[in-house]
Design a protein around this ligand. Structure first.
Ligand SMILES: O=CC(=O)O
Length: 328
């Protein structure tokens, strides 16, 4: 499959340099506007293309994969998370799936820290006050937040992003704790000075800030359910830059309202951009529109990864970022 003859359909607008490079290399169909494709548009794309480049806004389930043509051989996702793609069914149908890990690690870790600081130092409330006419000037007792130094950070999911968060947290003088399916190698654990908790229940009960950094899979869905959220200290904070589905959003909203959890910094939500309206009303929740990896540099590097995956595949080799269903 030499590149130029490879028909590639991209479902969303990508940075201009990425689109230009795709055009140079492949017979590519780009999207005119930046709206997500409808199910029928996606199905049409999947029946015509050799390679589909989707993003998180495309839900590629078994039904849709059933409408794919015999030509479709690779779904080169623009993004790291692949929970919007039924990877196992794709595999059964002989369609490979690749993603773009690694290039968004540092940016997402930065966002974890930004949210942690924003919540602990009440930046949302502070900005609203400064922009209002109500601010009467400095006061020794107003807008008091919580110090991060000396606090315990619990990282749920110690992959690349979790480890990048751990490195940053150490610079803030926080103690790093983590829970992961697999314990880190001793030398990595030592380098990060991180304490492993086999029991997530025990970890969440002891930490001051929880950062969710695991992917969304059937086994992480609602990992932070009402029962587990209740184990957290009432003055604890929770930050989620991974996927909304890992937390029971309604339970979290109730607990934030009741002051049973002190604050939350959320970049992702359980139902995409359909955020629980009660969550939007809360002063102790900083909400962002899924922008953890949204840097100019990161988005270009994601495009480069997509191109490398397609090129390698077109040359008859295994794409470097092939997603194996068993990994999920
Ligand atoms: O959240 C963003 C991604 O998974 O790429």
């Amino acid at each position: 499959m030499p590149g130029k003859h490879l028909s590639v359909v991209v479902t969303r607008r990508l940075p201009e340099v990425v689109e230009t490079r795709l055009k140079e290399l492949f017979n590519v169909t780009l999207r005119d506007d930046d709206t997500p494709m409808t199910t029928d548009e996606l199905a049409a794309a999947m029946s015509e293309a050799d390679v589909l480049v989707p993003t998180i806004t495309d839900h590629i389930d078994a039904k849709l994969l059933g409408r794919a043509g015999d030509r479709l051989k690779l779904i080169a996702n623009y993004g790291a998370g692949v929970d919007h793609i039924d990877v196992a069914t794709a595999r059964q149908r002989g369609i490979h799936v690749s993603n773009t890990p690694g290039v968004m690690t540092e940016d997402t870790a930065d966002m974890v820290i930004a949210l942690m600081m924003a919540v602990s130092r009440r930046m949302g409330e502070g900005m609203a006050l400064a922009q209002s006419d109500k601010w009467q000037g400095w006061s020794p007792t107003a807008m008091l937040g919580t110090r991060l130094r000396g606090k315990r950070l619990g990282i749920l999911g110690m992959g690349r992003i979790g480890q990048a968060v751990a490195r940053r947290a150490a610079a803030f003088g926080m103690g790093v704790h983590y829970h992961n399916r697999k314990r880190l190698r001793p030398e990595v654990e030592e380098e990060l000075d991180a304490t492993y908790w086999e029991s997530l229940d025990q970890m969440v009960a002891r930490i001051d800030v929880l950062s969710i950094n695991c992917p969304h899979t059937p086994s992480t869905f609602h990992l932070m359910n009402a029962r587990r959220l209740k184990l957290m200290k009432p003055d604890a904070l929770i930050v989620n830059t991974s996927r909304g589905e890992v937390i029971d959003e309604n339970a979290l909203t109730r607990m934030l309202r009741a002051g049973e959890i002190a604050g939350a910094g959320l970049d992702v939500f359980e139902r995409g951009h359909d955020i629980n309206p009660r969550l939007k009303e809360l002063q102790n929740a900083i909400l962002l529109p899924h922008m953890g990896s949204a840097t100019v540099e990161g988005r270009i590097e994601m495009g480069e990864k997509v191109i490398i995956n397609i090129k390698t595949f077109a040359d008859g080799h295994r794409p470097p970022d092939l997603v194996i269903p068993a990994m999920l």
